[in-house]
Design a protein around this ligand. Structure first.
Ligand SMILES: [Zn+2]
Ligand SMILES: [Zn+2]
Length: 265
């Protein structure tokens, strides 16, 4: 009676997350090659042909690269909202109509026995979303690729057992790093990505909102470092008297490999 979560890959080079239980197996995004995603699934003991749905956050390539390939190979339905479909349909290649499924933001739907609840987030894509997943008394939330958070987004993620949250860049590393000015501005902007400092502030709110496990995600390769992201968010938590490892467990996800597998419930 558990639900499992595992970040298979996370970062600007590609994203895929597994969520499932003994009956239902879901991929959130499939933004690397099909071979990489299949290998990562097998590595955590999930048969790729058992995946029952691919749910898409937004149409950027690092989230959709192999969604079409996997849908064709294993006859998997892809779920996205209308504006995201408009942007990605041609890029995914020919799909069976029955595998092109719509969801609506702020309207829950079910994939077998898992309830999926998409919510809007601010990012420079057509209609980007984060997701909450509910199974029995367990809740998992995912929010990466967002320029800022507000009360609505934070409230949506409260009471999650696990939250996968973006900590994209260190503000100083980005400012002094190799990216051209327009890209730096885009990343820092309200439709860009959360910094480590932003994630730290959100982490405090989530810890106060009964979230017990926080995974930092979508780290930039050039503008961040795992230990720096972990340290920055830890500092925010400590300075708010939140005990790491007791009040909240802080963990990382990785660009090139799967992170820890969480069994919840
Ligand atoms: Zn991304
Ligand atoms: Zn994006």
């Amino acid at each position: 009676m558990y639900i499992k979560l595992c970040s298979l890959f996370s970062g600007s080079s590609g994203n895929a997350t597994y969520i499932g239980n003994d009956k239902t197996h879901i991929l959130v995004d499939s933004g690397l090659s099909g071979i990489k995603v299949k290998t990562a699934l097998k590595h955590i003991g999930v048969k790729p042909d058992s995946i029952g749905a691919i749910v898409i956050t937004h149409e950027h390539t690092d989230h959709i690269q192999s969604a079409g390939v996997l849908s064709r190979e294993f006859d998997i339905p892809i779920y996205a909202n209308e504006k995201t479909w408009e942007q990605m349909e041609k890029r995914l290649g020919a799909l069976s109509p029955k595998n092109m499924r719509l969801f609506y933001n702020d309207m829950d739907f079910y994939i077998d026995n898992i309830n999926v609840s998409p919510f809007s987030i601010p990012h420079d894509a057509a209609d980007p979303v984060g997701f909450c997943f509910y199974y029995r008394s367990s809740k998992i939330s995912i929010a990466t690729d967002l320029g800022y958070t507000n009360k609505k987004i934070i409230d949506k993620m409260k009471d999650s057992n696990v939250v996968l949250l973006e900590a994209n860049h260190d503000i100083d590393m980005l400012a002094n790093g190799p990216y051209p000015y327009h890209l730096k501005r885009r990343i820092r902007g309200t439709r860009g990505h959360l910094s480590n400092e932003d994630a730290g502030g959100v982490a405090v709110e989530l810890a106060k909102g009964n979230v017990t496990h926080l995974l930092l995600a979508h780290l930039s390769e050039k503008n961040n470092a795992p230990n720096l992201a972990h340290e920055t968010v830890s500092d925010y938590l400590r300075s708010n008297d939140i005990a790491i490892g007791e009040d909240i467990v802080l963990d990382m996800t990785y660009r090139d490999r799967a992170g820890n597998v969480y069994h919840i419930g």
